[in-house]
Design a protein around this ligand. Sequence first.
Ligand SMILES: [Zn+2]
Length: 216
Amino acid sequence: MLEALKQDLAKAIECLKQENIRLLGKGSMTLFDRSNNLILTEPATSDSNCDADSILITDTNGSIVEGTGNLIPSLPAHLELYRSFSTIGAIVHSHGLYTTAWAQSGRDIPVYGTNHLEFFKEAIPCTHAVTLENAEESYGSAAGRCMVEIFQKKALNPESVPAVLLFQHGAYVWGHNVDEAIHHAVALEKIAHLAFLTEKINADITDRAGNITPRY
Ligand SMILES: [Zn+2]
């Protein structure tokens, strides 16, 4: 079932490995076939080798429809983003070095230049700490809820800002399809690096809104 999409996802995952943004834990990638209401996901153990045959298909509740293997623990977060952001079709969960450094710092990535604006129209938001609402809630579900909440709180459009930092963890980045999601994930890592260097070179830099770099 959905063989062409499985090939697309497997190729995309291979591409992610080459971009080296799966550092410090491999992260995850999924694709949402909205016409069939089915999610394609890599299995939990695909880091060394992920071919099209190992891709799992689930329904929108995360129950396996086709394939064998363990589901990635971050799948509930992916599902929450697909439910809340109705136009996105693929998600990369990345642990890129600079992306994760910003996420660990608990800071939004400010808009320091035009390179940022080519991909993200506003600062990349960072969530608050992930806390479980009750004993049944998984970290993945809670993370998904936190990411959607920050977009609601800041009235952000997921089309204009296709990424969010998950405090103390990494990032979720999306697009209409796998190519766009990878493009944005690679851009996020480069922009996170650029923003870090910008603050190193000029500690008094202000972002486009005139905010002064916070001191810690
Ligand atoms: Zn992760």
